[in-house]
Design a protein around this ligand. Sequence first.
Ligand code: F0G
Length: 481
Amino acid sequence: MANIKFYAGEQVPLEMHKVRIIQRLNLPDVDARLKAITEAGNNTFLLGTEHVFLDMLTDSGVNAMSDRQQAAMMLADDAYAGSQTFTRLSNKVEDIFGTPYFLPAHQGRACENIVARTYVKEGQYVPLNYHFTTTKAHITEMGGKVVELLCKEGLEVESDEPFKGNMDIDALSKFLDEHKGEVSFVRMEAGTNLIGGQPFSLENLEAVRDLCRAHGLMLVLDASLLSDNLYFIKTREESCKYLSIREITRRIADATDILYFSARKLGSARGGGICTREEGPFREMRPLVPLFEGFLTYGGMSVREMEALTVGLEETMDEEMINQGPIYIEYMVDKLKEAGVPVITPGGGLGCHVDAMKFCDHIPQEQYPAGALAAAFYLASGCRGMERGTMSEQRNPDGTEELSNMELLRLALPRRVFTLSQVKYAVDRLVWLYENRHLIGGLRFVEEPEVLRFFYGRLEPISDWQEALVAKFKEDFGDSL
Ligand code: F0G
């Protein structure tokens, strides 16, 4: 988004693209919304999109593609083995990351499966800036333990710290000294998802790399949310101001031993992959690709997805193509902040994150305040967000809840998908809900899967708070949807 001033002085994020394909949306009325969320077991993952107005569940696989990506998909070379499409992708990966070895996978968690199966040994630790749900599940599945060594600002809801995704370097150094021989690898996550899409700085990543080298450990980077992190390094890290996005990308890749990503996010396509500079790790992980994913020249991706990804990766190097997400998010965060709604600051990537712990401070964590807020926000707006709190954790082996550090309602803004008026609508309804927050009540599980329960677990409201909320909506909005 170019630096274009409005004569009237208003700060407006102005898009440097135009929309050429549209999808008709439907906004169900509030009674239909109550029926839909009840049938979905109060879990927004279980809503059908026919009941959703603005889908802010995730950015995963739903970013808008560019015309060039769509065009490239038509040129795909369909072949089980040796497809030219794969060669083009693998060459692009090497061009951008400087990594000659590439293992394709069907999505990000498949890469995590391969990395964890190859390198995590029973009882070992994986220090990381912060965990992601599927990453932790794969590490613990192999008997490993995640150790979060995020900088202290990372978990502060309101902060001026530009790099809340940084690793606490002193804590990492101490941990590595005290646990020699007990660490599988160190993992950093770009655009740290569960703390609100918060970035790390290049300086911090390079400090982590230095410690890894000193201890003979591999540094693994989850680059799924790299595009937002690149934008933040470029705009927030003084020493990187004059580096191009491409140069920053290369510095990041050079600091890592293994870099993997979900192409549902990075590259605005589908699929994923693991990149390495050295042949050793490539050979160690390679056998798992044909076993779990598919042959080495597609790894579960369709050729069309691979072509779209090749173009998408190149477009990630263009600041005008990656800045729309973070700038829209900043706009949304600012508007909510002005209205007093508690949100994570500074705005990160991926989406706007509402602090449910504060929004619903009358709901105990065992009754899932962020899950309840997600259900309430759907009732109030027809917009679908995602719970990122205790529901997204797994119970402890003794059955007690693993209370999450943060209770967030994530309102993802898939890249280039929504208009500003739609963002304003979501803000408006959230402000209304905040003023009526005392009406929101808790939830309890009626069906609770053991692993990754947030995906398909079902819950019910504790009390009839949803009917009361709907009644208040009708009182305030009359016959408006
Ligand atoms: N790592 C990070 C940082 C992610 O955000 C995700 C997915 C994955 C790995 C797994 O990738 O979905 O392609 O298997 N995040 C999605 C989200 C699910 O909605 O935030 P995947």
